[in-house]
Design a protein around this ligand. Sequence first.
Ligand code: NAP
Ligand code: MG
Length: 502
Amino acid sequence: MHPMLPKEIELQESTLAFLNTGPKKLLINGGWVNALDDGNFPDINPATGEVLVEVALAGPEDVDRAVHAARAAFEMGLWNQMSGEMRADLLWKLADLIDQHADELSELETLDNGKPIRVARRGDLPYASKHFRYYAGWASKIEGTTIPISIPNQFVYTLREPVGVVGLIIPWNFPLLMAAWKLAPALAAGNTAILKPAEETPLTALRLGELILEAGFPDGVVNILTGPGVPTGAAITAHMGVNKVAFTGSTEVGRKVMQAAAQSNLKKVSLELGGKSPNVIFADADISRAIKGATWAIFSTAGQECVAGSRLFIERPVYEQVLEGLSNEASRIRVGNGFTPKVHIGPIISETQLQRVMGYIESGREMDLQLVSGGQRLGGELANGYFLAPTIFAHQNDEIPLVQEEIFGPVVAATAFDSYEELVQRANGTRYGLAAGIWTQNLSKAHRLAHALKAGTVWVNGYGMFDPAAPFGGYKESGFGREMGKDAIDLYTQVKTVWIGL
Ligand code: NAP
Ligand code: MG
């Protein structure tokens, strides 16, 4: 038993062993080390508010150590000059190790992030290992082109080379999966990496680090630094020895990442940022399917998903029907500790985040929006955690913060629309452009709207699907650069053009 866990939770021996060997250390140059100033921070369980384990807090000097290790590994060719086939073998081995330790990694994810253990085990874990396997396939298939040019007696070709040392900064909503999204293509392309997990959820990244060593990756190829955005993340983005930063997180911090890059060495930047995604239900949709889809589009992961379908547009003739259906679905959602059987969604990640979300709910109340369901923090045995009821507001005003800003919680703003033209304008009417959903049985309308929406991903008659082969990223202030698919290989490589005089 871990002293900080409720008695009824029986964790794997290996999970307990991992938690009981704290404070957790930093992975630098193939070994586990304390922060140079011996600093630690507490890692909290969001379902109970209790400390799970102390974790090393990497300061700027630790970042510097990690960058030097990654640089040395890169320049010595330990990784990028290894054959693609050998890199593939190691990535594949890592995927196998993730699968072998899936139960334990799921438990760590649930303890750290709060998500239901079933969701972690069936969703996050297999997706993470699948991601490494997909990019293992790419490692031996990265190639340049030969280019016909107008000048005689010149032969021109391109090489696609790794960028160098990459800093990977990720959020807390899908901790292991986000690490996989970034590490897999970065490593397949031959870069060496420094991964910074979110302060709230460092555990699965650290366990992944142990598996990376077990798989036999050369020292310094992957370094893992735990700590907050400032100083740890900021030191990575400002470091002169980092060639690229791939960041997933809020639009606000994304701006800081770009600024730091601009003010240091103009390191390359790719940003996966926030969203306020429209989800559109037409009157000709399969309504019961659309209601279920719209429910999970917003409430899965307690709304803490960048692609959350947080603005629901319902065509007028089915408005009342959909709103009622949505409210019924929401009332059936079981919110609770991720280890409690049959729970659908867990807590909000932290007290701070809970207060932010509550602030938006209060603003809705103050503006007299119709509160269709939810709106309150959950008490009773959940009182110590950060649990919120799935919340539905109905509104007619697109210009209020609750409709314009990313809430990152289980709050949906539903509204009626009358015409296609009105819908297009309103659906595109935020500064974000990450994703969108369309529910209709009219395929030509679906295609037409999919083309008209300013979003990086559009799902028709579905929502929130991902595959390692399908590119993902934002329009507008939701960021730039595409992860997944071949696009992510482009993101982590640079093109060299070679001219040969014949
Ligand atoms: P966040 O505050 O922006 O943090 C993201 C990461 O950046 C964390 O590791 C954070 O560290 C770090 N960070 C914070 N300040 C930094 C700084 N000045 N310099 C460098 N790094 C810094 O985002 P969050 O609140 O954790 O996550 C929620 C946001 O992520 C939402 O906006 C959501 O839409 C977005 N998101 C986007 C996607 C996507 O693919 N587009 C996916 C998931 C989430 P600490 O947290 O440890 O302080
Ligand atoms: Mg944060």
